[in-house]
Each structure stands twice: as C-alpha cells, then as structure tokens.
Design a protein around this ligand. Structure first.
Ligand code: CA
Length: 251
C-alpha cells in the first residue's frame, strides 16, 4: 500500500490526529502568528513563502491534509497555482484572499477551491474550516461513494447542522439558508425570485449569478450533485428521497 494512502487511512481512523497544513503565505506578519496558532491547535505546519516552493514540495511527495493558499503571492498568480496544485494533489485547498470580490471566482467553477477565508480572519474560524475540509476529504478517499439513491440528508434548522450520509457538512450561512429553504418542501420547485427574496434580501437587485455560485458550492459540499436539481429557466428543487436523480443541468 502506498505510504500516502497509509497515512491518509491512519489519519482518518485516528479522527485526523495528525493533520498536516501546507501554508503558502509570503507575508511574514500573517504567516508567523498563523503558524504558531495552528501548531498550538495541534497541526503540523509546513510553510512556504512562494508558490514555486509549495508546488515543488507537493511534487516531491508532501502529502498535506489541507493546503492553505494565499492568492497574492510574489512569484506566481494564485489562481494559476491553485489549478496546478489541483492537478498535482488530492489535498483540499482553502484559499485566503484579501479581496471579498474575488470570492465568486474562488468558490465558483473557475477555481473550485474547497473553501475560502477573507482577510482579516480569526484563527478559530480558520481552524474549524480546516478541520471540516480535511474530514470531508478523508471520508471521500476512504469510504465508498454512496449511490445517489441512498444519499441521506439531514438539515437541522435548530442547530443549523447538515449531515449527509452520516458526515457533517460545513456550510456558509447563505448556503445553509438556501438548503433549508429547498429542504422545507422536497420535490417542490423553488423559483429563483423566491430564493433571492428569502435567502438574500427582498430588495436584492444585484447580479443573480451569485445564486448559481452558491448552488454549485452547495452541491460540491453535499458531495452529491444530483441532490439539488436545476429546473432550467425556473429555479431549483431538492430531490425527494428515493426519487431517481434527473440529469442536473447548469453545473
Ligand atoms: Ca500575500
């Protein structure tokens, strides 16, 4: 069995005791306290100030549980680096950006990062996100992929927790509200207008593309893209349990 797979299995079995973070950040005033904080939280941190160094390390066999990637690096474009890392390793990527307006590109199909944080961010929030993406990644590589028909979804409005096939799914507040709205009436179509009204703002006149971005992020986190169906030109609906998945458009 390859060493990386053994480590992944050990990490999954032990509940992720040895969590390795590959930290890619050129700004020492951010990287140093962040590294200390993560080590205090029990992570093993390998730090790189350049994209080239990080990519080389992964190519040389580093097997991080999570890659924490600052988009603003001195030597390479962060978006290009994220794509290169995606082609080199299975490790989930959390993107760190200083610009909120980059978020749509980051979580959308263009980059497909597993999660993101916007500077300035708190250590506690970041640690929760690292643990969540690492847990999802370990589950995805060690458990058989469940068939779509058997996907079980639990949406707990009281605690705002979501469980898919026994695994916790960490959603952003908007993603949760969107899922909760669809889950209130499985099988029923929710129009885009109603979703924008209820999840965003009754006076929302912004670009409706933000809804598509949230839906694609939600599908990715749920791990079953057929759970949230696109009804072309109308809106979305949650597939009823036991119903055969339809072809999902607009992905
Ligand atoms: Ca930077």
């Amino acid at each position: 069995m390859p060493r990386t797979l053994v480590r992944r299995l050990q990490s999954a079995v032990s509940g992720g005791l040895e969590m390795r973070v590959l930290l890619v950040e050129d700004d020492d005033t951010i990287a140093s306290p962040l590294q200390r904080g993560l080590v205090r939280e029990g992570f093993v941190v390998e730090r790189h100030a350049t994209g080239g160094g990080a990519l080389q390390s992964v190519r040389d066999g580093a097997d991080p549980s999570v890659i924490l990637l600052d988009l603003g690096l001195p030597d390479v474009d962060g978006f290009d680096l994220c794509r290169a890392l995606r082609q080199t390793t299975q490790a989930p990527v959390i993107v760190v950006t200083a610009r909120g307006d980059e978020v749509d590109r980051v979580v959308g199909l263009e980059l497909g990062a597993d999660d993101y944080v916007v500077k300035p961010f708190g250590l506690r929030e970041l640690v929760a996100r690292i643990r969540a993406v690492a847990r999802r990644s370990a589950a995805a590589t060690t458990l058989p992929t469940p068939s779509s028909e058997l996907t079980r979804l639990v949406v707990d409005r009281r605690t705002r927790e979501v469980v898919v096939d026994g695994r916790d799914v960490m959603l952003t507040p908007k993603e949760f509200d969107l899922l909760a709205l669809l889950a209130a009436d499985p099988g029923a179509v929710c129009t885009r207008e109603r979703i924008l009204d209820e999840v965003w703002d009754p006076h929302w006149y912004g670009p409706t593309k933000t809804l598509d971005v949230h839906v694609s992020s939600l599908r990715r986190k749920l791990g079953d893209p057929t759970l949230v169906e696109t009804i072309r030109g109308v809106g979305y609906r949650l597939r009823e349990r036991g119903a055969a998945p339809h072809a999902v458009a607009g992905q």
